[in-house]
Ligand binder design. Structure first.
Ligand SMILES: [Mg+2]
Length: 208
């Protein structure tokens, strides 16, 4: 963290993501140790909503924001973390939350600032994140959507790569050649098709 802060200088906005790995005591200790580096926020320091709420109370005097990611994305009730006052902001990913409209609904109901992030999607998926970010009435935090550059290949000939820190609001088209180049083998394709069928059936059930 010290090296990152030195590299970015005082202007750099630094975030850390613990992926829920700490218990409350460990998280509190980490927050104290990291306080000098002036973090923009700490993402999912603990796994449970109750732990986040307790941590947030314990470190309230430090003025370090807590972001919830897994508590939104992997929870049966994505709004519980907001209702419990357990986070200062939410990390929002369009795909796992059911798409742009569902994600917009969650942000509106939560009443908390949102960071729109990718789940390491192709440029097609990233463009959904950009659409979500553009549709939010307020966007106080930088998005985490500049991940196309982490991929060696994409499914489009014109990947959604950030320039000057900004992504264009456009809908890239998949290209047959690129799709061929990254095609899965037959077993893997069948596995995905089977998974899609199971998910679709589950969604039908939920909709009643
Ligand atoms: Mg995260």
């Amino acid at each position: 963290m010290r090296a990152v802060r030195e590299e970015l200088g005082p202007e750099g906005r630094v975030r850390i993501d613990a992926n829920g790995a700490w218990n409350v005591d460990e998280a509190e200790r980490a927050v104290h140790a990291l306080a000098e580096f002036d973090l923009e926020y700490i993402e999912q320091p603990c796994a449970a909503v109750e732990e986040l709420a307790e941590l947030r109370e314990r470190i309230a005097y430090l003025d370090i924001a807590i972001a919830a990611d897994e508590s939104v994305r992997k929870a049966d009730d994505p709004l519980r973390v907001a209702r419990a006052g357990a986070a200062d902001l939410l990390v929002i990913k369009a795909q796992p939350l059911g798409g742009v409209h569902a994600a917009l609904d969650i942000v509106a109901q939560a009443g908390l600032p949102a960071v729109v992030s990718s789940a390491l999607d192709t440029s097609i998926g990233l463009s959904m994140g950009v659409a979500l970010a553009a549709a939010l009435p307020e966007l106080d935090y930088d998005c985490g959507l500049g991940t196309a550059s982490l991929f060696l290949a994409d499914v489009t000939a014109s990947p959604l790569v950030a320039r000057g820190g900004a992504l264009p609001l456009e809908r890239p088209r998949p290209s047959a050649a690129e799709l061929d180049r990254v095609a899965a083998d037959a077993d893997r394709r069948d596995w995905w098709l089977d998974r899609l069928r199971r998910c679709y059936a589950a969604l039908e059930l939920t909709r009643g």
